[in-house]
Design a protein around this ligand. Structure first.
Ligand SMILES: Cc1cc2nc3c(=O)[nH]c(=O)nc-3n(C[C@H](O)[C@H](O)[C@H](O)COP(=O)(O)O)c2cc1C
Length: 378
């Protein structure tokens, strides 16, 4: 029977256990979106033999970012920073994927070389915020402006940017790349009909709306080969002002189409979660979960979203997923796989320290120290 600690092969990734670290934006790069020593230490601490880490959302373009101090992978310095980080993770026997991110309409000009955000259609993400530093150096939320509709011939430029980012990720030594097609970012903006009103081959029918995402996967696979590209989706997500008139059919179509790509895995955020937060009851009319897509997708599935160790074992035993990604629990438990394996207590996370700051609430969570066994008095 599948358990969190039975080995698994996902594409070309051979793993000793199924406790995956979910991608988590922590806004702690050096100036210029460069991973430095602090970030390296964070990931190094969370690496485990035979485990898998998914590195946080990383901008593929100088023209698209939503969070101050989030990383990029479009300059030599960023690539070199990632390379040092990957080496530290590999030295501890873990594998690591990079999450490639284009936020599209969820970009802030202040963080995107002054450019107006681009999107499939000029539709704003209402009540959705990026994060910038103000003059006093404090982080503050900022609403996204109205985006500009992409011209048809600009789509090839986006594919070229993605290809360059994938090449850099490979050169930095990652084990693969995960396309961020969840949480209301660019690939999902094309996919869902609430944000895509195009009338060309990238809009209208479900097939056309999925084209951008599937072409992105083709570009990544062209660079990486089979078994090293993954896709993250949030079929029940509403974060970023997203919705679709028929999510079950849209995501079923997508899952079926992804079968032809020989992915490492399909990463599905479960309906319990909206972006980084737990959802309130009754948020969705039609939730679409891993178990619903299992019937249509033939490869390995990572499920994420609100998992505790017990629910994780439960969903694996029901064969509704193959691996489980943990987000918030990994922030406060650097040795999460060991803690789960030994049923050690889990440390509570510090929400205040999630986005931006220094080592506090980041690299200062200790590994669990079992009480020293007292010598037996005889
Ligand atoms: C601080 C924080 C940052 C996050 N950043 C990302 C990200 O960069 N990319 C992504 O796909 N999801 C991101 N998420 C969502 C998580 O990957 C995950 O889906 C979510 O936290 C639910 O899982 P959990 O209940 O195990 O925390 C983030 C969540 C949190 C709490």
């Amino acid at each position: 029977m599948k358990t969190l600690f039975s080995p698994v092969t996902a594409g070309k990734l051979q793993l000793d256990h199924r406790v995956v670290m979910a991608p988590t934006t922590r806004m702690r790069t050096l100036q210029g979106g460069i991973p430095g020593d602090l970030m390296t230490e964070y990931y190094r601490q969370r690496a485990s033999r035979g485990g898998l880490l998914i590195a946080e959302a990383t901008a593929v373009s100088p023209f698209a970012n939503a969070y101050e101090d989030a990383p990029g992978i479009f300059t030599d310095e960023q690539q070199a920073g990632w390379q040092r980080l990957v080496e530290a993770v590999h030295a501890r026997g873990s594998q690591i994927m990079l999450q490639l991110w284009h936020p599209g309409r969820q970009s802030l000009p202040e963080l995107s070389s002054g450019r107006q955000p681009i999107a499939p259609s000029a539709l704003i993400a209402r009540e959705t915020y990026g994060v910038v530093k103000n003059k006093q150096g404090a982080y503050e939320g900022k609403l996204f402006p109205v985006p500009r509709t992409l011209e048809l011939d600009e789509i090839q430029l986006l594919m070229d940017e993605l290809r360059q980012a994938a090449l850099r990720a490979r050169a930095a030594g990652f084990d693969g790349v995960e396309l961020h097609a969840a949480n209301g970012y660019l690939p999902e903006q094309f996919l869902l009909d609430s944000s895509n009103q195009r009338t060309d081959i990238y809009g209208g029918s479900r097939e056309n709306r999925a084209r951008f995402l599937l072409e992105s996967v083709d570009v990544l696979t062209d660079v990486w080969g089979p078994g090293r590209v993954a896709v993250r989706i949030s079929p029940s997500g509403i974060y970023g002002d997203m919705h679709d008139s028929d999510p079950a059919a849209t995501f079923r179509y997508l899952a079926e189409q992804l079968n032809r790509s020989e992915l490492a895995y399909l990463h599905i955020i479960e309906p319990r979660i909206v972006g980084p937060e737990d959802r309130e009851a009754g948020h969705y009319a039609e939730p679409v979960a891993s178990r619903d897509l299992r019937a249509f997708y033939q490869g390995k599935i990572i499920a994420a979203g609100g998992f505790k160790p017990e629910d994780a074992e439960d969903i694996l035993s029901k064969n509704e997923a193959d691996l489980i990604a943990f987000g918030r629990l990994f922030t406060s438990n650097p040795d999460l796989p060991e803690r789960i394996r030994n049923a050690y207590p889990l440390a509570a996370y510090n929400r205040e320290a999630f986005f931006g700051g220094d080592e506090r609430g980041y690299t200062d969570f200790p590994t669990y120290q079992p009480l020293a066994t007292k010598p037996l008095l005889v």
